[in-house]
Design a protein around this ligand. Structure first.
Ligand SMILES: [Fe+2]
Length: 385
């Protein structure tokens, strides 16, 4: 048995121009756009488009990467709205989501930590400018609390958007480092949703297509950021991955990525991606059929192989992807050493929900081994080992 529903999505080039119509249809009369500095000029153009449609619109462009929760309060103190529009990467969209959810409650965002959200009474439209987080179609919003030490995940149906407008042209200006990190995040969402204990036939279908399209499109978009076809395919892959993991969740790959990112501070998608090969090989024996399928989708030849051999190739296929994107497939290159193993293992177990969905039981002793392998780049079947 499974249930399935999805945020309304408008996908395609230049669909951003439909924003004023969508606001009008939902009865919006006073709009606040939230964005970061990197997309400010794009957001200004869109804000003008809305104002020209006789809908009042103001712009707030103070978002920084992986924001603290107080940013929501700063936005709410600065703007009045009946509709919030988020234009940006995952961090921006998360601020838009939580702002719309708590905006008219008269309370601070932090008052709702570990408590139910009050229920949204403002409109919410999300327009991603990166192909990665899938935040536009999930009911999650992630914030730092105080410093890099602790992340809090709000998980509430009121965080679903009224509509997600996914215009791949908005991703054309993303620089290579943003393209690779957000793209890896999307592919990891798909891989982890596919192998999650909560996966279902529909989320599997979306995840498989996301991996197949994503691994090709990400290489092409990294090779040439102006390749519009690649940008379209990558936006599509990220969207499918977002819907898949909204249903099935992510697992050990994300728990491990969060755990070692604490040490080196690299962006989220890059962090989760660089240790995904080790998670794939750790999990391979839990579901050899699905891991063999991942290997095939990553471009490995698996037809004549025994199931176990094919399953372990998923990790090798992922290393080749990292190699093409010039991202290290070990933690030493990110400045992590043996002294950090204990801290990383401790932090893996702070992500309880991720661990609960992992296809293979997550045991402490085995995590010490997995983290050591990830530090030194020891992967089963890798030629230079
Ligand atoms: Fe992620």
């Amino acid at each position: 048995m499974f249930e399935f529903s999805c945020v309304r999505v408008i996908f395609g080039c230049d669909t951003i121009n439909r924003l004023p119509d969508e606001i009008r249809k939902s009865g919006g009369k006073r709009v606040a756009i939230v964005c970061g500095k990197a997309v400010k000029s794009t957001a200004e153009r869109i804000c003008n488009l809305i104002n020209e449609s006789d809908i009042a619109c103001e712009l707030w462009s103070e978002i920084k990467a992986e924001p603290e929760i107080d940013v929501v309060d700063s936005f709410l103190d600065s703007c009045r709205f009946d509709t919030v529009v988020g234009i940006g990467g995952g961090s921006t969209l998360d601020v838009a989501k939580l702002s719309a959810a708590v905006g008219n409650s008269g309370k601070k965002a932090s008052d709702f930590l570990r408590k139910p959200l009050p229920g949204r009474n403002a409109g919410l439209i999300l327009c991603p400018t990166t192909a990665g987080t899938g935040s536009e179609v999930t009911k999650l919003a992630v914030f730092r609390l105080g410093d890099r030490d602790v992340k809090h995940v709000f998980d509430d149906p009121s965080l679903y958007a009224d509509v997600a407008i996914v215009d791949p042209k908005l991703t054309l200006s993303a620089p290579p480092a943003v393209t690779t990190s957000s793209g890896l995040d999307a592919i990891c969402h798909a891989v982890e949703a596919y192998t999650s204990l909560l996966s279902n036939p529909l989320s599997d279908m979306l995840a498989e297509k996301a991996i197949e399209k994503g691994v090709r499109a990400l290489r092409e978009a990294y090779a040439s950021g102006k390749n519009l076809e690649a940008r379209i395919e990558m936006s599509y892959a990220a969207l499918l991955a977002g819907i898949a993991f909204d249903k099935a969740g992510t697992s050990l790959g994300h728990a491990l990525g969060y755990a070692h990112a604490f040490i080196h501070g690299s962006p989220h998608g890059k962090s989760v991606g660089m240790t995904q090969p080790y998670v794939l090989q750790y999990n391979a024996i839990a579901n050899m059929e699905k891991h063999a399928r991942i290997a095939a989708l990553l471009g490995e030849r698996v037809d004549s192989l025994a199931p176990r051999d094919a399953a372990f190739l998923a990790g090798i296929g992922f290393v080749k992807l990292l190699d093409d994107l010039d991202i290290p497939a070990n933690l030493i290159d990110a400045g992590v050493g043996e002294d950090d193993v204990g801290e990383i293992v401790k932090r893996i177990f702070m992500s309880e929900k991720h661990i609960s969905r992992n296809p293979r039981a997550v045991r402490k002793e085995e995590m010490y081994e997995l983290v050591r392998k990830a530090i030194h780049g020891e992967l089963y079947g890798l030629k230079n080992n």
